[in-house]
Design a protein around this ligand. Structure first.
Ligand SMILES: [Fe+2]
Ligand SMILES: [Fe+2]
Length: 398
């Protein structure tokens, strides 16, 4: 019997091990980005983080779909303490620029290298579904690296970025194939990450005084329209809450995180939609005061309550107003505003559906004993009393 030696370096067992490592790294990056979204001040970076985390969620989804064909359960720990330490440490950056430098100038380029190498070493036809996943993931990851090179051009390589590179080297790189360097000590700039209870904004913005009452005077449709799109430009607040809920809910099934990554990304797009509308109409979006108190108010509650306040409070109740606006813009011949609202409503319908899909599990995951119906009813009442009235009280901690 003729035995032909295979030249391919990645066999079935090694393939699984490697796919586990990539899935782990992509997933942890997504969680880190979610944690940092509210803690990042620069608006342009916040908007980019929304997209990056959604695209990383797509990568996890690609890898998950392949992994569940080759192993059960599909999600497994990579079983490499050095790799786990890298991803546990990457969140403890001293600043948003350092954070992004660690993720996008160290980890992502290493992932790109690993995917490219893997493409050449697996059994091409038998493992074609893996190649398909890599081909599509690479499109994004290469673009993320290009984005970071530009966005962080003025940020020199510092000790944090070197630390992340050293941690990666101690794990033998993304694949674990490289000879392992000695594990580094943490630099003094390391800042232990905690879930943010306040939403940061950069120095161009003013923060809205939540206690200054809005005039209830009748205003015309032009004022109403401006008000509506100014509100869109503040939807980063919704993205920040979804990001925090994701970060605080690692015990939830992957599909919840996947849906929430999309939810979060959508809200950053709605924020961008407001910015784009204001810019196209000659307004400076940084002149719109940011009502970051809303985030602070929501974040005093556990993640299930926050998620319920958002999906069953704000999002579920937004439709009558939006439909009215849509009719008004259409009859005024304002195609642009009508288009923006139409796309927003399509997204928002999904967000309410996410709420209905996940609240039952999320409530249990965060330790509530009551039925979903009762929880939703009580939380919606709270929303009516505390949000709709504009009171947004911060309660003393029990
Ligand atoms: Fe939205
Ligand atoms: Fe939404």
């Amino acid at each position: 019997m003729k035995i032909v030696q295979a030249e391919e370096q990645v066999d079935f067992a090694r393939n699984k091990r490697l796919l586990n490592r990539y899935r782990f790294v992509e997933y942890e990056m997504l969680r880190i980005l979610a944690g940092w979204l509210p803690a990042t001040a620069r608006m342009e970076l916040k908007l980019a983080i929304g997209r990056l985390l959604w695209e990383d969620a797509q990568h996890v989804q690609h890898l998950y779909q392949r992994l569940r064909e080759v192993q059960t359960p599909a999600f497994r720990d990579p079983n490499d303490p050095a790799l786990s330490r890298l991803m546990a440490e990457a969140i403890n950056a001293p600043s948003e620029l350092d954070l992004l430098a660690g993720l996008c100038r160290v980890i992502k380029p290493a992932l790109v290298k690993a995917y490219r190498w893997h493409i050449g070493e697996t059994f091409a036809n038998p493992d074609a579904p893996t190649l398909y996943a890599f081909k599509h993931i690479l499109l994004d990851e290469e673009e993320h690296c290009r984005w970071a090179n530009e966005a962080l051009a003025a940020h020199p390589v510092g000790e944090w970025e070197r630390y992340i590179a050293d941690l990666l080297a101690a794990a033998g790189g993304i694949t674990g194939n490289a000879p392992r360097a000695e594990a580094p000590e943490a630099p003094s700039c390391r800042t232990e990450f905690t879930a943010p209870t306040e939403a940061k904004r950069d120095e161009r913005f003013t923060i809205l005084d939540p206690h200054a009452s809005k005039t209830q005077a009748e205003y015309d449709i032009a004022m109403k329209r401006l008000d509506e799109f100014e509100n869109y430009s503040q939807e980063m607040l919704a993205a920040e809450t979804v990001a925090l809920v994701m970060y605080l809910s690692p015990m939830m099934p992957w599909e919840f995180t996947y849906n929430s990554a999309r939810h979060c990304y959508d809200e950053t797009r709605h924020c961008m939609l407001g910015i784009e509308w204001l810019t196209r109409h000659g307004y400076d979006y940084t002149k719109v005061p940011q009502n970051t108190h809303i985030y602070k108010w929501r974040s005093q509650y556990d993640a299930a309550t926050q998620y319920c306040l958002l999906t069953m409070g704000n999002e579920k109740h937004a439709f009558p107003g939006r439909r009215k606006s849509l009719t008004a813009y259409k009859s005024a011949g304002d195609h642009l505003s009508a288009q923006f609202i139409s796309y927003d409503m399509a997204d928002e319908r999904q967000h309410v559906a996410y709420g209905l899909r996940w609240l039952g599990q999320l409530i249990k995951a965060h330790g509530h004993q009551m039925s979903t119906d009762q929880f939703v009813e009580e939380t919606t009442q709270r929303w009516e009393q505390e949000y709709r009235t504009g009171a947004l009280p911060i309660h003393p901690k029990p």
